[in-house]
Ligand binder design. Structure first.
Ligand SMILES: CC(C)(COP(=O)(O)OP(=O)(O)OC[C@H]1O[C@@H](n2cnc3c(N)ncnc32)[C@H](O)[C@@H]1OP(=O)(O)O)[C@@H](O)C(=O)NCCC(=O)NCCS
Length: 171
């Protein structure tokens, strides 16, 4: 994949049809907290109520078409030193290095955008090997297994926690 074709930008209402293509795919949402989008109306409501107002959610774009997302959500108050990272990509683009490129772009900017932020963390289910590999390729450290930590798609799951500090090297 030519990295010059990949960009990150805020979501727009006009992304609705592109978003429905990947947000409506169970394989994309399998490890995500939100449910598969089932209609254009739902896609529009999600963009307007969740994606656009989000503190830092970017559309991963290929030639300016939305094919996925990266989001970084800082905690508030005394916990604003850390932020939670998540991402997903349309299935037809898996395995081409796109999320690795997008996540590197995201993490290299975000520490400047949120003063006081020193730690990014990601929680990944044990069997989500592709996501763990992405984090390792970007430079995140696998810190350990959190047993029975997160609720996803009807079950409480074990999750690995990964982190990248402001002082760490992005690979
Ligand atoms: C996980 C996901 C984001 C990866 O995106 P991607 O653009 O395909 O990732 P990349 O191509 O940058 O890297 C994937 C890496 O994982 C590896 N990989 C993929 N599936 C794997 C598996 N089952 N076992 C081991 N490695 C695997 C690939 O070989 C690649 O590593 P390599 O470059 O060393 O060969 C994408 O599959 C996705 O959207 N999944 C659904 C949503 C999701 O799981 N989000 C993360 C929630 S924590």
């Amino acid at each position: 994949m030519d990295a010059a074709r990949i960009s990150l930008r805020p979501f727009k209402v006009s992304d609705v049809d592109d978003f429905l293509k990947w947000g409506g795919d169970n394989r994309v949402t399998r490890y995500l907290r939100w449910d598969t989008i089932s209609s254009r109306e739902e896609a529009l409501a999600y963009l307007e109520k969740v994606a656009i107002p989000h503190p830092w959610r970017r559309s991963i774009c290929l030639d300016d078409h939305s094919i996925g997302y990266v989001s970084i959500k800082p905690e508030t108050g005394d916990d604003r030193c850390r932020a939670r990272v998540s991402y997903a990509l349309a299935t037809q683009y898996w395995g081409q290095g796109i999320v690795t490129i997008a996540l590197k772009m995201a993490v290299s900017n975000v520490f400047n955008e949120f003063p006081g932020l020193v730690r990014l963390e990601a929680l990944v289910e044990a069997d989500n090997k592709g996501s763990q590999r992405v984090l390792q390729k970007v430079g995140f450290l696998k810190e350990g297994l959190l047993r029975k930590y997160g609720f996803c798609k009807g079950e409480i799951r074990d999750m690995f926690v990964f982190s990248l500090l402001l002082t760490d090297v992005i690979l």
